[in-house]
Design a binder for this molecule. Structure first.
Ligand code: ATP
Ligand code: MG
Length: 191
């Protein structure tokens, strides 16, 4: 994929499809490493399915037999000398605390590193697409942090849906301002 923000979109959409009501997207930059983790409380996966899910021929899609979201994410991290991890608990095995955590570390200095790209748009697209879900976004760079929790926004907005175009635009600006205030580069396409 052209930008890691598109991988994030894909992995988070899996969480939406899994019926999650809470999804956290966490980016952590430490030195040369960028770690991306997507955690959800969706239906989860059975152990044997989980063991096979990094294989592109594992999918529950009906429109085509190959699922590529997870294998791409894994491959693109490992290409940079980074690592991939996945943990999942199926709802039948644990009706209370089921869900999935997928994470990958990317080495930014590696020639095969794909830029993060416009993660602000990814977050606003995800929120707009499924505004009933509690979305938590966190981007840490060393000691600096950008943070958004849609539950906090809902408490302020009351009945106004998060998917209203004005609200979506506001969320984008709010994130952009947090990057600027923290002295961090604002994520953008091609960067
Ligand atoms: N967060 C998740 N919770 C539960 N099941 C998941 C989750 N993520 C992936 N899966 C399961 O793993 C399968 C493979 O996911 P993957 O993203 O690799 O491919 P896909 O979503 O099937 O297709 P594509 O991403 O190429 O459109 C999914 O079809 C789904 O059954
Ligand atoms: Mg997918």
């Amino acid at each position: 994929m052209k930008e890691l923000s598109l991988n994030i979109l894909d992995i988070a959409k899996n969480s939406v499809k899994a019926g999650a009501t809470e999804i956290t997207v966490a980016l952590t930059e430490t030195g040369d490493a960028l770690d991306i983790e997507i955690a959800d409380n969706g239906c989860g996966m059975k152990p044997d399915f989980l063991a096979a899910v990094t294989d592109p021929f594992t999918t529950t899609r009906t429109t085509r037999s190959v699922g590529l979201g997870i294998p791409f994410f894994k491959m693109e991290s490992e290409m940079t000398g980074g690592t991939f991890r996945i943990e999942s608990t199926h709802e039948e095995d644990d009706p209370v605390s089921h869900g999935t955590v997928i994470g990958a570390t990317f080495m930014k200095g590696h020639i095969d590193f794909i830029p993060l790209g416009d993660v602000i748009s990814t977050v606003t697209v995800l929120i707009q697409g499924d505004d009933q879900i509690r979305w938590v976004f966190r981007h840490r760079v060393g000691e600096k942090e950008v943070f958004l929790d849609t539950d906090e926004l809902k408490a302020v907005l009351g009945d106004v849906p998060l998917s209203e175009p004005e609200v979506v635009a506001w969320i984008g600006d709010y994130l952009k301002e947090q990057y600027e205030d923290a002295g961090l580069p604002v994520p953008a396409s091609g960067v």
